[in-house]
Structures are given as structure tokens and as C-alpha cells.
Ligand binder design. Sequence first.
Ligand code: ARG
Length: 471
Amino acid sequence: MASSSKEKKKAPAKLWGGRFAEKTAASVEAFTASIHYDARLYKHDIAGSRAHAKMLAKQGLISVKERDQILKGLGQIEREIETGIFVFRPELEDIHMNIEKTLVEKIGPAGEKLHTARSRNDQVALDVRLYLREECHNLIALLSGLQKSFVVLARKYEHAVMPGYTHLQRAQPVLVAHHMLAYYEMFGRDRERLSDGLKRINVMPLGAAALAGTGLPIDREFVAKELGFPKITANSMDTVGDRDFIIEFMSAASLIQIHLSRLSEELVLWTTEEFSFVTLADSFCTGSSIMPQKKNPDIPELIRGKSGRVVGNLMSLLMLLKGLPMTYNRDLQEDKEPLFDTVDTVSQSVAIMAQLLANLTFNEARLAKGLGGGYMTATDLADYLVLKNIPFRQAHAIVGRTVAFCISKGKELTELKLAELKKFSEVIEGDVFKVLSIDGSVKSRVSLGGTSGKMVAKALKQAEKELGIKP
Ligand code: ARG
């Protein structure tokens, strides 16, 4: 943003100054201004004004010549902002008035006609909808990239086995690919939620004017078409007071960040000496200023930490709406900073996580070591007994006693002799050893959505198809 040092000594007259006898207090100007953050809506504000000006000309509310002057002026302003020479003036409050006032200064009376049949209340709603529509599409693309990272890892470690956990206690062996594809599913739902929210973001608000609509002969359908909106808002009062679409987005974004945070927690654990399941590339870690040996997982830690602000931003928006009477209230200006912060934080987090995953290796030897203890095939033994006609609850108790025996002897289930196993149940035969093995356990989970190689291969193929990647 260009500095305002070039500012004129005398403050420019306010666009709404007609009924005011006194100059606005400087403290009030500073307090009410939003230009320092809503300047980022400039492209959307100009796009909206272009469509509006074309509509006004088509409806005979301005002449074709005036329209062309407006379009030319807006083009100049856009270039000035893009090249950093535009001077943003805080006393003009926000992006809408900064652009409009500059337009009037550039082209004169034609510029004064741009705001015909429009209020900043429907204008800001339009700008935010245009902005969020774009950001939603960006985020959906970033999420596909993240999903792709999981699919690539799943393919790379398709046959590797790792301990699966419940309560962070070793539970049952699973394929690494199965674990990766769990995240593929989570982020797939996140994508769906964004796409669904887009249906309610992608609705054209302009024409609601201040709150009641306008008596001037506008054509809302035309504006919607110009700006690529499939739908037009139905009620002018709702249109200028509605921020539901932002809250929906921020809930979906919060869930994305929470999913990232869960993944981060796993990565933090997995990179410890204690787990050592994965190694992150040096380029994706940082060191300690005092402990020379340290290689810290700061990226997952920061992503986990940033979930606080993303969820906090959602809370801010909910509280912002609570108790607001119809229709537009200036409180609503407070929607932007949390929204922008959430968009930035979540987009950056998704992008860097995708890169980090591409720079991660699983330590297969350590994973195998992790499969040794924990009696992870105990459920398989219980299922084995069930297939020999023992009711599951009895089977559960039998295996429980067997595990307790193993613990007392410091042995694994696979280390027991058949005779020892038979003491716990007569039905146990030599075929039990296949069932007790890690590979046998994984292979047996053929239920739909289970971790057997067969099921995972199917899921992986499906995921690759969905993302359009060739194995
Ligand atoms: N900067 C304002 C906002 O973000 C624009 C709308 C102002 N409308 C008004 N009636 N003061 O909400």
C-alpha cells in the first residue's frame, strides 16, 4: 500500500458530508477507518463497480459516454493500486469511498453518478462475496494438493505396517497407507464443506441498496450475469444484514485447521526419539539456539498453535452477530479482519503441510519394532475363537487371561507353545499361529473400509482416480 505522506493538507470533502456542519474529529476518523485492511478488496470493489456502471448505462440511468469514462477511470485506479502509487486516505474510511472519491477526482461529474442505486451496505456485501468465492476456490485447490500428498505417501508405503492406536495405546496393526488415507477422507470432507458453502456465498447482493431496495429501474439479473453469480439474493433487508456465509466458511475453515492440528500432533509425536516413526527433511525443521543437537518440528507445532486463532476468529464472528438488530450495523465492519486472518492462516497452513508431507519419510524398521509389543493381535485370537463357535464375550475373557499370562511371563502371544495356548481353550489348534501374526492380522481385515491390503489397494485406486493422478 502506498504511504499517505503525499496526502493533501486539507482533508477532502466527505462523500456523505452534505448534512454535516462540522469536520469529523481526527480521532473519529482514525477509529472508524477500515481502509488499512479492506484495501485488499480493491479488485472486487472495482469489478463490482464495473458491472454496476454497465448496468446503469444499459438501463439509461447514465449515458454510454459516462459509462466509458467510469470504466476508464476505474481501470486507471486499478493500475495505480497494483503498482503501489495509489494513495489510500484514511479520512475516506474504506476501500469503497477511497475508490469512488478518487474516481470523481479523476473524471468529474460522471464519477458522481457511479453510486446511483447503490449503498455501501450492498456494495460491501458484494465485495466480500466476490472475495470469499475466489478464496474458497483457492482453498479447495490447496486441499486437493494436500490430499495428493497423502495419496503419494500411501502409494509409497503401500505395504508397510504400523501400530494403530486407540487411547494412544497400541491397539491393532494397520497399513501406513490406511492411516494416510484416513486423512485423505478427512480433508475430502473439508473440501465438500467448502463447496457446499459456496452455494450460499455465490449469490448476488447488489440492488438491495441501503436496506429496502431501490425505486430506480435497475437490472439485478444483468449484474449477476456480469459477475458470474448463478443466483440473486431474495430479500433486501436480509442481504445487507447477512453474514451467515462468512460464518459457514469460518466453521469449515476451523474444521480444516483442527484436522491439520490433529495431524500435527501425530507428526510431533512421530518425530520424537521415543517414536521415531518418521523423519522430516532438514529443510522443513528448525534448530535450537542453545542445544546444538536439536531438530524441532516447528511447522506442525505452529499449525497446531494457529488453530487457536482460527477457532477464535469463528467465535468473534458469532459474537459479532449476536444481538444485532436488522439490518446493516456498523458492527459488521468487524467481520473483515477475522475473515482475512482465517483465510490467510488456513491457506498457508494447508499449503505448507502439503510440502512437509512431500518431505517426510517413514522409518519402516522403527515401525516394525513398534509392532512387537502390545499384544496387538489379541482381537484376532478372540475372532479365531468366535469362528470356533465360542461366544464373543467368552472369547474376550479367554484372550484376556491369555494376555495376563503372557505379561506375567514376559512373553508375546506368538511365543506361547500350542500346549500353553490350549490351557486357555481346548479349541485352539496349530492354525492359530497364522492368526497371531501381524501380517495375518492385517490381511484378515477384509471388511469394507478395513485395513487389509486388498481393501486399501481399492481405496488407494479410488483416491487416485478422484484426484486424477496416475500411480
Ligand atoms: N466499511 C463498511 C463495512 O465494512 C462499509 C459499509 C459502510 N456502511 C455504512 N452505512 N456506514 O461494513
